[in-house]
Ligand binder design. Structure first.
Ligand code: 7RM
Length: 669
């Protein structure tokens, strides 16, 4: 049935085939990627997992006996009291390491102080205006202990919720670790969010304190964080205390009896603070993510399992070494920032690089300048950033020596094969493995990913499941589908770093994630597996198109468009159509040198027709200056769907990065 034909204009490894599936419920898949990149021998030799066979052996064991696998890993962490039972699973409620007690900040800090790592850099930070700071493990430990005492002095106790509204500065990590040290539950709110978002999150979490800064820097301008906080708190909330770090020096109002300065408070307390032992299931943080309905969901993570998830993935996926400099470019306000800027690297005793600002400030080579200046060895970033770098042009990259890089990572969206190839060649110099890591706020840690010394990669595929992760692609009836048949991505077993609930809404937790297939976790993503069992994520299920009875994932059509020489980014959505059910509408942004024309529209439609098939040909191509994105860079197809069908945009737009984009898109007709 599979009859690949070679494609004239795409790299020869691309092939397309059209198939007709009897089962309409499945997502069909047409774009077949043939390129395979094996781990280099030199890389594999030094890696923790050195071959596909070794991965497969451990993976099989980890699925047969997950508790044995996780218990072995968990022994590498520091426990104040050992656990009695590894897992208590009463679907959909999991408890990991029952009876065990530990402290997360102790695992990130204290345990590295006994040996030489004491004087190793824990955090290397660069502010957007260019300031540089380095904190060794010893120094970071001291700062965290000192600030933990400030929290206590301000009557913050174990179990209390604390909002952290800070930019990506060391104090964000210090505040998070200080909360963990005393057992307070933090909820980081991204510094780009507005007063309304802060107010909603305070109300939902019942936070009693808030930690912020006067301001932060973004593209040279000062973001008035404290002002936003004042607005959020006006009219009264549960917040009794606001601790303000002086960052930008902008003028702010300090509310008598409520607001205190971070640096002043430090003067009243000493820097000795023992890490308290909390139960493994003690809440660590709540992180809000936007739900499709608008009401933000507070994803709750607990201590032991979460720590284990990030520890193991940091160790095997990034294969971090003492001599590495690890740079995850995410803001601390996202789960990626929690797991792979702060907690993951520190748990391993690695050096983490933090950068406060925008990738194109003051020039589009800021990232490459940082890589060169600090000799970054592992870079972990998002497809949206990679596509922006492609648009800005290779000259910005070529100005810099990137030879220190040895491993690259991608997260946040499916990475289009063309963007993958660019990342591989232009950034990685053809020598660095790429780990395309699939996971979610809810999963806490990476779930589907290559292991860089073991698993051959294919551009656009997150490859195989991580140890202990029982991922599968199923149809509407919950049956696993065959090779290259699309379906819903589910996880069939509990895993340590899984969310425990939606804060304050147990019912929504059960309904949203565990009701469609009983006892199985519904990710909400569509996917297929190829003949090698590799996972290809095709987008959110809600975004799947149904064209004349064919269910099409958005990512393949988008990838075909992005493979066209003049296209920078593409987002594909459905518009109601009387004949076909849904018509395919493609929003396209062009590279600097290209200009919109009717001819180009026709060419792009044909291009998709040739490379995927007539069924996927966009009925309409719309050129746009920019696409609506969340502040973490994900394309908001929901908004585009409404625009494509001529409706007004409704629902939650608080996560939208740039509102002017919407107006421009609607004008485009
Ligand atoms: C880490 C993060 C989760 C959603 C997820 C997917 C998409 C993330 C990938 C990906 C394809 C990837 N958390 N997603 N990583 N899709 N390949 N490697 O992004 O909660 O903000 O988003 O992001 O749809 O469900 S998140």
């Amino acid at each position: 049935m599979l009859q690949p034909t070679s494609c004239p204009r795409l790299p020869s490894a691309f092939a397309s085939d059209i198939r007709n599936f009897a089962m309409e419920t499945n997502i069909e898949s047409y774009l077949i990627e043939k390129r395979v990149f094996k781990p280099a021998k030199e890389f594999a030799k030094k890696a923790r997992i050195k071959s596909l066979a070794q991965y497969q052996k451990i993976y099989r064991e980890s699925i047969r006996r997950p508790e044995t696998f996780w218990a072995r890993e968990a022994k590498e962490l520091t426990w104040q009291k050992p656990w009695k039972k590894v897992l208590d699973w009463k679907a959909p409620f999991a408890k990991w390491f029952i009876g065990g007690q530990l402290n997360l900040s102790e695992n990130c800090l204290d345990r590295h102080l006994n040996g030489w790592r004491r004087n190793k850099a824990a955090i290397i930070w660069e502010g957007e205006p260019g300031e540089k700071r380095t904190l060794t493990y010893q120094q970071l430990h001291r700062e965290v202990c000192h600030f933990a005492n400030v929290l206590k002095r301000n009557r913050i106790r174990k179990g209390d919720r604390v909002i952290i509204y800070l930019p990506t500065i060391p104090e964000a990590a210090i505040a998070m670790l200080a909360c963990a040290r005393i057992g307070a539950v933090h909820s980081v709110v991204f510094g780009g969010f507005s007063a309304d978002s802060i107010r909603d999150r305070i109300a939902d979490s019942g936070a009693i304190a808030l930690i912020t800064a006067d301001g932060s820097y973004r593209r040279g301008a000062v973001v008035p964080l404290k002002n936003n906080v004042d607005h959020a708190l006006s009219g009264g909330t549960t917040v009794k205390r606001v601790i303000v770090f002086k960052r930008a020096g902008n003028e702010i109002h300090m509310e008598e009896g409520r607001d205190v300065w971070w640096h002043r408070e430090l003067e009243y307390v000493d820097a000795n603070c023992e890490p308290i032992a909390v139960a493994s299931e003690h809440p660590l943080y709540i992180l809000y993510t936007s739900g499709s309905t608008g009401k933000p969901k507070g994803i709750l993570h607990t201590t032991g399992g979460y720590l284990l998830g990030i520890y193991s993935t940091m160790k095997y996926v990034f294969d971090v070494r003492d001599e590495d400099l690890f740079w995850c470019t995410a803001d601390v306000g996202w789960v990626t920032g929690h797991s792979y800027v702060v907690y993951g690297p520190l748990t391993l005793g690695a050096t983490t690089l933090m950068y406060e600002g925008a990738p194109n400030w003051p020039e589009p080579d800021r990232f490459w300048k940082i890589v060169e200046d600090y000799r970054v060895t592992i870079l972990y970033t998002a497809p949206t950033a990679i596509r922006a770098f492609i648009r800005w042009g290779d000259d910005w990259v070529k100005k810099h020596d990137l030879s220190s890089l040895r491993l690259l990572g991608s997260v946040g969206e499916p990475i289009n094969p063309e963007a993958w190839m660019w990342y591989h060649k232009t950034i990685g110099g053809g020598r660095c493995p790429i780990v395309d890591t699939w996971w979610q706020t809810e999963t806490g840690a990476i779930m589907i990913t290559p292991l860089p010394g073991a698993i051959p990669t294919k551009p656009g595929s997150a490859t195989l499941a991580f140890f202990g992760v029982d991922a599968a692609v199923v149809n509407e009836r919950g049956e696993e589908v065959g090779a290259n048949v699309g379906g819903k991505l589910i996880i069939r077993k509990p895993w340590p770093s899984m969310l425990r609930t939606i804060y304050g809404d147990q019912e929504r937790y059960q309904k949203q994630y565990w009701s469609e297939f009983k006892g199985r976790y519904l990710t909400g993503d569509g996917a297929r597996r190829d003949r090698d069992g590799y996972f290809w994520i095709v987008g959110r299920i809600d975004d799947v198109l149904n064209v004349a009875g064919h269910r099409l994932g958005t990512s393949e059509i988008e990838s075909a468009l992005v493979a066209h020489t003049q296209v920078e980014e593409a987002a594909v959505v459905g518009r109601p159509d009387e004949m076909k059910g849904q018509a395919v509408v493609a929003f396209v942004t062009l590279k600097g040198s290209a200009s919109p024309s009717t001819r180009l529209k026709a060419e792009l439609r044909d291009h998709v027709g040739i490379h995927i098939g007539a069924i996927a040909k966009p009925d309409e191509v719309r050129f746009a200056e920019a696409l609506p994105k969340t502040r973490s860079g994900k394309i908001m197809r929901r908004l585009l769907k409404e625009i494509a069908s001529g409706q007004n945009v409704t629902g939650d737009t608080t996560t939208l990065e740039d509102f002017s984009v919407l107006a421009k898109l609607s004008e485009e007709e």
